[in-house]
Design a protein around this ligand. Sequence first.
Ligand code: PGA
Length: 252
Amino acid sequence: MRRKIVAGNWKMNKSFPDAEELIAEIADKLESMDTGHQDVILCPPYVYLEMATDIAEESVFSVGSQNMNENDTGAYTGEISGPMLTSMEVEYCIIGHSERRKYFGEDYALLAKKVDAALRNGIRPIFCCGEVLPEREAGRHFEIVKKQLDESLFHLTAEQFQQAVIAYEPVWAIGTGVNATPAQAQEMHAYIREQVASKYGESLASETSILYGGSCNASNARELFSQADVDGGLIGGASLKADEFLRIVTSF
Ligand code: PGA
């Protein structure tokens, strides 16, 4: 059965002491919770990853980065590579977040290379897809998401694809307080699963975790996660407070 997952995407937030306090609090509270049926992933900024993986060693959560470079080494000032992440025991990497696509010009071809770089280094990609509002209003949301999957993820072999997690994040829902309705999320998640099935077969599709992201919080998570094809969430703002985040973790 596919895994239920709740991942926290901290984006560019928190000082080092605040980050350490939040991760320690989450680790502490997770200890007394039954998390056997869901995976918890924390994706803090790069500079806090080592601290996070240190704490994770004694806890049940895993650590992911929010980005990575597509090259393994070399003269790329300011960049972080797959081997660096692996050497800090980082297990996941968010790839294709709409903020990276929009503010950093990450296009289909680059994202495909980042997915490859992740897998080459034993890192599981959390691949984000989702349409902007005008695309949804024009009824093009399925077409857009299909293109994002086709161009940057579906070049993988079935064996490689098994490592991937997909996050559907409608851009109009990210950080806006307007989440997709459970019906809208379910409709798109079922569509994504169909696309995976037609590319990789039913069995792999049924094993693929597809997360919802975009203004998911402790008040709406349960209804979103109760949808048949919604396997958890990629949580931004609501992952920055331990209690709220952990209420989401237990919303299955
Ligand atoms: P949000 O962000 O939960 O703050 O809307 C989600 C995301 O960008 O991953």
